[in-house]
Write a new protein. Structure first.
Length: 256
């Protein structure tokens, strides 16, 4: 059985509606012919279009990380609501060897990359750490950087570079008012803290949803009167606090 068939079978066997996260990490070599990006396997390769079709039915939390050269087009093809997509390059034309994957693998379980000090390193934090180390490598070598990683987790297919972030929040404004990424990637953790592991799955899902609503409210603060902004923020914080009350009924999450 070739690698392509094996990959298709593994993905076909995965639950499509599970609440559990699925991480798909591509480590190896990629190519780009000016039209289509491909990931190289032993035997037939697969394209970004192929992978997008195989993942179309997945409605569970999904992270796709392509650490290969020329991987930028995978981000555009794979972007979808509720999905985190990371590529080592911003376009298919960055075809030199990519070092991003090595740094990402080192950061994903390293608490030195834990920027918000919650005892675990999120996928966003690992992405930021790896991107910083890529920059430092090329600077130390006195070479022009030939890879620029991107992260997309809001489904718009545009991606956000690491230098848009201060801490775990994107602070630079994208062109033409495009939404920034990072909120969902901050909720993906490969190695969870003990406190996170002890949270029941329903509580964690509601917590994540409330955190996204708080972030969205902050983004729209300028469009609201001050009293209205703090009224809505209080509602969300009260709902979040109830999640951590022992034996308290789970709140109903509402957005306005």
């Amino acid at each position: 059985m070739d690698d392509l068939t094996l990959l298709q079978q593994v993905l076909a066997a995965e639950p499509k509606d599970s609440a559990a996260e699925l991480w798909l990490v591509l480590i190896g070599h990629g190519t780009f012919d000016g039209k289509e990006a491909k990931f190289n396997l032993r035997g037939p390769d697969f394209s970004a279009t192929d992978l997008a079709a195989w993942l179309k039915e997945f409605r569970r939390p999904l992270a796709v990380i392509d650490t290969s050269s020329g991987s930028g087009p995978f981000l555009t093809k794979l972007s979808a609501p509720g999905r985190v997509v990371i590529t080592a390059t911003r376009s298919g034309y960055e075809q030199n060897y990519a070092r991003f994957g090595q740094y990402l693998s080192e950061a994903i379980a390293n608490l030195e990359a834990d920027l918000d000090k919650d005892g675990q390193t999120s996928l966003l934090e690992a992405y930021l750490s790896a991107s910083r180390q890529v920059i430092e490598f090329y600077k130390a070598e006195g070479r022009l950087a030939t890879e620029h990683a991107l992260l997309d987790d809001n489904g718009d297919g545009l991606g956000t570079p690491a230098d848009f972030f201060r801490g775990v929040r994107a602070v630079k404004k994208a062109k033409e008012g495009a939404a920034l990424d990072g909120l969902r990637a901050q909720q993906f953790c490969l190695v969870q803290s003990q406190a996170e592991r002890e949270l029941p799955a329903p509580v964690r899902r509601l917590r994540d949803e409330l955190e996204l609503q708080v972030a969205a409210l902050r983004e729209g603060k300028a469009r609201l009167a001050e009293d209205e902004y703090y009224r809505r923020l209080e509602i969300l914080f009260v709902q979040m606090a109830r999640l951590y009350e022992t034996n308290a009924p789970l709140p109903t999450v509402k957005s306005e």
